[in-house]
Design a protein around this ligand. Sequence first.
Ligand SMILES: Nc1nc2c(ncn2[C@@H]2O[C@H](COP(=O)(O)OP(=O)(O)O)[C@@H](O)[C@H]2O)c(=O)[nH]1
Ligand SMILES: [Mg+2]
Length: 354
Amino acid sequence: MQDMREGMLRVKDELGPDAVILESRRVRMKGLRGFFAPLRMEITAAVDNNPSRTRVPEPPPHLEMEKGIREELSDLKKILTRLVMREERLPEISQKENELLKYWRFQLEQQEIIPELVTELLQEISGYLSEEIRLPDEVAGLFLRKSLRKRLKTLPEKGAPVQIFVGPTGVGKTTTLAKLAARYALYQGENVGIITIDHYRIGALEQLRTYSEITGLPLEVVMTPKDLRQAIEKFSRCQRILIDTAGRSTLNISHIKELAGYLQNLPPAEIFLVISATTKTRDLKLITDNFRCMNYNRLIFTKLDETGTYGLLLNGIHYTKLPVIYMTMGQSVPDDICLADADKIAALLLGEED
Ligand SMILES: Nc1nc2c(ncn2[C@@H]2O[C@H](COP(=O)(O)OP(=O)(O)O)[C@@H](O)[C@H]2O)c(=O)[nH]1
Ligand SMILES: [Mg+2]
């Protein structure tokens, strides 16, 4: 026999279908002729008289089980393939991730967002980036926007009947009050009364007096907390009473406390802490802390037109945990004011809008 196939055929032919091969090997034929002839196949075979004993019983066809195993195997194969691919792509991805995170860190730091917030924001984003399936940059960017928006607390215009404006000197309290007074009186047809506790700075008082004369809105100037309560009483028929305060140096705590004394025992009011967007990051904490005794409960950011750096808005909301209601972006009364909008602020922070 030359090969195994021929051997098998001959064994089956000679010994019948139940024959089994016990051994096979290649041998050289004896004598000189064998030296030149090709090797031959030698097969030892036997017939098992009780084939059923040796034959492995076929497993009962259990289609469901087979299907389950096949599916599990296919799943395993997919997981293995993914793992192998991930292993291969990992260095490339992490390098890209780093580039993206570095870029965003730069962007957020440029906006002067305080370091602890930058770290928090980037941690949230890197959570998405290390997902098994890598997100395209744009989608990952959307998550950053979402994280920003979550922190940028705003409120629809609540418009309490009594609104008070407090904050450091020169941030735009009086101008903002004038813008809102016009809004309420001209656009909403409300009766508006204006009160000022600005009795230290004659110039500042003149500013409101002129405004009051031009618009015809009544103005009361008060010197004591008692005067203030009486003035509010006097305007009880107005739908809106706007109260201006003299700016106080952020560092003059005793002046700030003196002013806070005016605001005791007043009807529930919206008390706006007015902050200029041009404030130094380091001074912001001082302002939010030192004016706390005035129980401000809302924020207004002014002078957005005077800076290209908007981190202060996020930082201010973070320090105070209060919502921002208005933003102003110019000196023009009554136009340069708008409701705060988290989407818009997020876009400013991401450098997408001027
Ligand atoms: N560029 C710009 N200037 C503003 C804005 N709001 C107020 N100002 C100006 O800032 C200066 C101080 O404003 P004022 O209302 O008197 O501040 P107050 O001391 O806080 O009452 C004035 O010259 C305003 O015209 C603003 O949104 N943008
Ligand atoms: Mg003023």
